[in-house]
Design a protein around this ligand. Structure first.
Ligand code: NAP
Ligand code: F7E
Length: 329
């Protein structure tokens, strides 16, 4: 249909991609997700959506696959959520991280410039770009000082997005999103790891949980609310970048405290620090000043920290109960 809005989402198999696809389907878009070829399918997070979206192969490492996709689909909007997004892996695989997370953005922007410069583009920027923060809270004007190859790669993606706006007049936006979590979070990230670990202890499936830095402070929000802002940014008259977060900060220790308490336990006997989970360089403290988004996009987070932890723990308990073999087997 000529009037149908078409959208391409990279990273659709990830946490945010799955929530964004749900939102865009609800809004009536024709949603195409770009997936990379793998020997086995990895569609767990979008299994409930596969009959309502289209999946097409492409890879941020392969320029021609991006050009062909845009030529075939002629999307009105592109959301670039694909990345190597795990900070510790960026220390062990810094070059691959740069290829995906940094250069991948330029490949996509070049494809847009070549195929259709009217396409609106969203780039998934990150609070990790702030790194060693010079001021707190962090807003759109806070200087960047990244502390990981991931943060450096994201900063490249951020600047190139802005440069294509200024140099070629493309409608490109960066959302500088602080940590956002959900039951669909990858299991290696600390919130999901704590939710799963605490649930395992409570169900008698584990005796302890090993973590790294318990004093790191993060501004954690609820992922389904954060994808709303990605869409909102592309509906504005002009392309503008925004910081998105809750404005509230908690330590990983507090996350443990609330998660175990929700299960009727004191976290202290169960949580141990294991040096292998410490990073070569740590971002100690992140806190968002999202007042510009409140003002201009009328966006505010709705789920509190305690509610977020409880949503994640409840989901883990349910999942583990479903997976647990019946008694006597
Ligand atoms: P995620 O769950 O790790 O998902 C990453 C996605 O990228 C997956 O779909 C993955 O596909 C895809 N991908 C990786 N390399 C690719 C490549 N070479 N070509 C095509 N696709 C590739 O990440 P997320 O938490 O949803 O985050 C979404 C985006 O926001 C990421 O760019 C992340 O860096 C950024 N971000 C996240 C947060 C947060 O707190 N979640 C905060 C700020 C920014 P496979 O399934 O094939 O691996
Ligand atoms: O770590 C500490 C760790 O891996 C959070 C990504 O989505 O958000 C995410 O990056 C904090 C860090 O997320 C463990 O040292 C302690 O201080 O959950 P994380 P992250 O590194 O903040 C940003 C905004 C992104 O853009 C990224 O893509 O928790 N921590 N113990 C631990 N972290 C992990 N993973 N595992 C531990 O055992």
């Amino acid at each position: 249909m000529a009037s149908e809005r078409r959208v391409l989402v990279t990273g659709i198999t990830g946490q945010d991609g799955s929530y964004l696809a749900e939102l865009l389907v609800e809004k009536g878009y024709h949603v195409t997700g770009m997936v990379r070829r793998s020997s086995s399918e990895n569609f767990e997070r979008i299994a409930h959506l596969v009959d309502r979206i289209e999946l097409r192969q492409g890879d941020l490492l392969d320029q021609l696959s991006l050009v062909n996709l845009l030529q075939d689909l002629q999307p009105h909007e592109v959301y670039n959520l694909a990345a190597q997004s795990f900070v510790p892996t960026s220390f062990s695989q810094p070059i691959l991280t740069a290829e995906f997370t940094a250069l991948g953005v330029t490949r996509l922007l070049e494809a847009i410039r070549l195929v259709d410069p009217t396409i609106r583009f969203y780039q998934a920027s990150s609070s990790e770009m702030f790194g060693n923060v010079p001021e707190s809270p962090q807003s759109e004007t806070t200087p960047f000082q990244p502390r990981s190859p991931y943060g450096v790669a994201k900063l490249y993606g951020h600047w190139i997005t802005l440069n294509y706006r200024e140099s070629y007049g493309l409608f490109t936006c960066s959302g500088i999103l602080f940590n956002h979590e959900s039951p669909r979070r990858g299991r290696e990230f600390v919130t999901r790891k704590i939710a799963e670990g605490a649930s395992r202890v409570a169900l008698g499936l584990a005796e302890r949980l090993e973590l790294g830095n318990l004093d790191a402070r993060r501004d954690w929000g609820y992922a389904p609310e954060y994808v709303e802002v990605m869409w909102l940014m592309l509906q504005q008259e002009r392309p503008v970048d925004y910081v998105i977060g809750t404005g509230e900060q908690h330590t990983t220790r507090e996350f443990c405290e609330v998660a175990f308490a929700h299960l009727g336990l004191d976290y202290r006997p169960y949580v141990q620090v294991a040096p292998r989970f410490l990073r070569p360089a740590e971002v100690n403290s992140l806190l968002a000043d999202a007042s510009k988004a409140h003002r201009e996009l009328d966006w505010k987070p709705r789920t509190s920290f305690t509610e977020l932890v409880q949503i994640m723990v409840d989901a883990e308990v349910d999942r583990l109960r479903r997976e647990k073999p019946p008694e006597g087997r």
